[in-house]
Design a protein around this ligand. Structure first.
Ligand code: PXG
Length: 284
């Protein structure tokens, strides 16, 4: 049985229990990270930890462990479960409080760490590419919970994902309050036009993805220009290639957007190149 790290102890997963008065449960009040393990090594661990602590800072959540302590606990959890290739879910909630919103009644954050095997998209989807549809649900407004915060409240993205599933699509495209492309429900967006790569800047309302940053670096090493700028629906529909990046998906091609076929209907050559290079880089 898998072992879960919960507030300082490794416990069997069926014994890992938190209070129903935890504000993570009552209000979705907390932050999290999803991290890959490749060949026994935690991928871009420092970057994920940094994003977690920055998310916590923005929502005024004090994580009771130092970065070093949390890193050690995470490594311990990965080892205890013999994970060579897998997935870590690091969660910090506001902790136990009362039934009111006041977060300052929560004396201690709750921390748990899961290290497990990862559920991937089927191989067929990587070979043939995904279908996506535009969501009517708008990405978090920058003056609400900032879209750069990886908070435990994912309902906005879940509603957008439901729209895609209802439409028989694999993923959804979320737009910001100004109508520019933000991101997919749990992945960043890239398009290719005339040999250059375009991706929305984080100010367009996306999470600053760690996979996104790695893919941008790989593209630059391959002498492909990467331009961060606002992207419209028109840009998506008329792109030569379209792909998504994220911890779970890595790099995956999109071949249809709102019933418009992208390129020749197959994942394009730059998508395939970056997918291969990312795969090699992550496992090196
Ligand atoms: N946007 C959002 C809203 C995300 O939640 C990304 C972009 C990509 O960021 P990274 O740093 O992962 O490249 C995410 C990350 C899942 C799953 O189970 C989702 C994410 C991470 C891990 C697993 O769908 N989302």
């Amino acid at each position: 049985m898998a072992k879960v790290w919960l507030d300082g102890q490794l416990v069997d997963e069926d014994q890992a229990k938190i209070s129903i008065f935890d504000h993570g449960v009552l209000y979705g009040d907390g932050v999290f990270e999803g991290i890959r393990v490749y060949n026994g090594k935690i991928f871009k661990f420092a970057e994920h930890l940094r994003r977690l602590y920055e998310s916590a800072k923005v929502i005024r959540l004090k994580i009771k462990l130092t970065v070093e302590e949390l890193a050690k606990a995470t490594e311990e959890t990965v080892r205890a479960n013999n994970i060579d290739d897998g997935y870590i879910r690091l969660v910090v909630t506001r902790g136990v409080g009362d039934l009111g919103l006041n977060p300052f009644f929560c004396k201690n954050s709750t921390i748990f760490i899961i290290a497990d095997h990862i559920q991937l998209y089927p191989e067929k989807l990587y070979k043939e590419g995904m279908k996506v549809v535009s969501a009517s649900t708008v990405r978090n407004h920058p003056q609400s919970i900032p879209p750069q915060v990886k908070s435990l409240n994912y309902l906005n993205n879940i509603l957008a994902k439901i729209e895609a599933l209802d439409a028989g699509a694999d993923e959804t495209i979320m737009y910001n309050h100004q109508g520019y492309v933000a991101e997919a429900s749990g992945d960043n967006i890239f398009i290719v036009k005339d040999g250059d790569i375009y991706t929305p800047p984080p100010q367009s309302g996306s999470l600053p993805g760690i996979t996104r940053a790695v893919v941008i670096n790989i593209a630059m090493q391959e002498n492909i220009e990467v331009i961060e700028r606002e992207i419209t629906r028109y840009d998506l529909y008329t792109a030569d290639e379209f792909f998504l990046t994220g911890t779970a998906a890595e790099v995956i091609g999109v071949v249809e957007a709102d019933s418009r076929v992208i390129g020749d209907g197959k994942p394009g050559p730059i998508t395939e190149l970056l997918r291969k290079k990312f795969f090699e880089y992550a496992r090196s």
